[in-house]
Design a protein. Sequence first.
Length: 231
Amino acid sequence: MAPAEPGSGPLQAGPELVAAFGPSARYALEPDSDGDAPEVVVETRPAGALRMPTGRLVAVDPGRLGVGRGVTAFGEVLPRGYHPVTLAVARFVERPRHVRVAACRVQVRDVPVVSWEQALRPGEDAASLGDGEFFGVGVDSGTICFFDAGGVPSLIEAIEDWDGPRHAVSGEKESAELADPRTGTNVIAFSIGWGDGCYPVWIGRGADGEVACVVADGEVLCDATYLGPVE
C-alpha cells in the first residue's frame, strides 16, 4: 500500500471494495520491488450464510476465539437472521494455483453502497487516528472468522472438539463454515490478504443510511490497476 498523504486523515475505503464483488475482472497489482506488476483475475465465490441471532458481528483471528480473548463485537448491530457471505478471490494469471482473498463480504441488503466507514468496536474513535491509520483485525494465522457474538460460549466449546477454523482453511480451500450442531450457531472462516498483519473492516451504507454490507478488506487490490473484464 502506498504511504498516506500528509493531512489525508484516517484510511478511506477505495472503489475496489465495490468492484471486487462485481463481474470477474483483470487487475495489475502494485509493482513489487523488482518492478513487476503481477496480473490477477478477481472473481467471487460463495462462503455460506452467517447466522446472526443477535446481530452483533465479530471479526477476529480464530486463534483468539480458541482461547476466549479479544472477542469484541463491532458497535454497529446488524439485522438478525441469515446473511450471505461472499469472497472476492484474486487468482494470479501466471501462477493459477496462487490465490489470495482480496475481500470478504457479509451482505445485509442487496442495495448499492453509497458510503463507507470503518467498522469500530466500543472504545475505538476514528477521530483519534492519524493519516492512513485504521482500527482493524489483527491476524497471526492468515485467517479471519466472522460470527455472531451471541454464540461465543458455545463456539469456543465446540471448536475445542474440532481442528479449528484456521486448520479448515488450507491449501486451495479459501473458506470454511463450521457450526455448533446443538445451537446452529456458525462461524465462517476465510484466508485473508497477504497473511499475517492487520486488516480493515468496512461498513457500507445504502442511500437511506442503513447498513448494506460489511467487508473485510485484504488490501490486495488497494493500489491495483483495473485492466478490464474477463472475456
